[in-house]
Write a protein that binds this ligand. Structure first.
Ligand SMILES: Cc1ncc(COP(=O)(O)O)c(C=O)c1O
Length: 349
């Protein structure tokens, strides 16, 4: 509803797209590249080879370059729906979740099964009970919309139980480079499909370059087969630009994390000082406070205060509102001022 909405005096805590610039070097490809014929469905070889250096036991064959992580998730779920391993077509989904997951699971003809997060983290006992009846699980750490990062212990337990039971793991790691508390832990295994993107790490959302990585050859081939008849190759110039991005020195990411952390600290303090109940974000760039009347809040903040926020309900969190802090700190300050004014008038703080 609010995607792409902007305007004079509007403060948007809505969309999850970084306001920072891509690395300068990605623009070089724009002027250099001349070949706009159809490309390989699986993706440009130079980009896949560069990615293979970042993932263990991999070659270019373990990757498919997609139209953002979004297409990678879609194609993976469709491929999983066709796996005939006697397991029911159910996908376990920690809730709150990234809003497209339930749609994509259903588009693939599968059924979402939910496990509610506790304090924004996976409740492994509940997970363990429910996972047995599922063909796959989706893990999203760091998470959109909670901003939480799963503990290494939980991730390793998930790795083990899914491996023991022959369950697929779709690990959406689009925020893997935006973690404030530790390094990312890459979930591994023969039935793991990792999804990633150049959207968030390199601020290239609109170019639509993402990918999936898996050691499961059959699954990769099934994805390529579907992509052949749907979007065909991913934007060829975008892939060249993404290839340039892979050569970006580590310090680019470190510098960005510093900016995100400052913003995280600022918004977390601002909302906490208002007395709101919220989890401290440990990664990504979202915060998900509880709000007394979320629908009225989101509507009035937009209509009367020109502040965009997203209803928690879209993410399976009915009593909450999502704020993205992918905007300049001065705008965050102004936005929080307006939020405080509204909540005070309503007597909610
Ligand atoms: C958890 C998660 N997965 C996937 C996506 C989609 O990313 P992309 O732009 O690469 O399609 C997003 C975008 O916000 C996201 O937050």
């Amino acid at each position: 509803m609010f995607i792409g909405v902007s305007g004079k005096n509007i403060i948007s805590f809505g969309s999850g797209q970084p306001d920072l610039s891509p690395p300068n070097r990605v623009f070089r490809a724009m002027f250099r590249y001349r070949n706009f014929k159809y490309g390989l469905i699986q993706g440009n070889l130079n980009l896949r080879k560069a990615l293979a250096k970042q993932y263990p036991k991999s070659t270019a064959d373990n990757f498919v370059i997609t139209n953002g992580a979004s297409e990678a998730i879609d194609l993976t779920l469709r491929a999983l729906s066709k796996v005939n391993n006697k397991k029911k077509n159910r996908v376990l989904l920690p809730r709150p979740y990234y809003y497209s997951y339930p749609y994509l699971i259903k588009f693939a003809g599968m059924e979402p099964v939910y496990t509610n997060l506790v304090e924004g983290r996976i409740d492994f006992d509940d997970f363990k009970k429910k996972v047995k009846n599922c063909k796959a699980v989706i893990i999203n750490s760091p998470s959109n919309p909670t901003g939480r990062v799963e503990s290494m212990e939980t991730l390793k337990k998930i790795e083990k139980i899914t491996n023991d039971l022959g369950i697929y793991v779709l690990s959406d790691e689009v925020y893997k480079d935006l973690i404030y508390i530790r390094e990312n832990y890459l979930i591994k295994g023969p039935r793991v499909i990792t999804v990633n993107s150049f959207s968030k790490t390199y601020n290239m959302c609109g170019l639509r370059i993402g990918y999936l990585w898996s050691l499961d050859e059959n699954l990769v081939n099934r994805v390529i087969e579907t992509k052949t008849h749907t979007s065909m190759n991913t934007n060829i110039l975008g892939q060249e630009m993404a290839y340039e991005a892979t050569k970006t020195p580590e310090k680019f990411i470190k510098k960005q994390v510093k900016i995100w952390r400052e913003r995280r600290d600022f918004i977390y303090k601002g909302l906490s000082d208002m007395g709101l109940d919220l989890w401290k974000p440990e990664g990504a760039f979202y915060v998900l406070p509880k709000i007394k009347n979320p629908r009225a809040f989101v509507w009035n903040m937009f209509k009367k205060y020109k502040v965009i926020t997203y209803l928690g309900e879209w993410f399976g969190a009915n009593d909450r509102v999502r704020f993205s802090y992918a905007l300049d700190i001065n705008k965050i300050k102004e936005g929080l001022k307006r939020v405080k004014k509204y909540l005070k008038i309503k007597g909610e703080i």
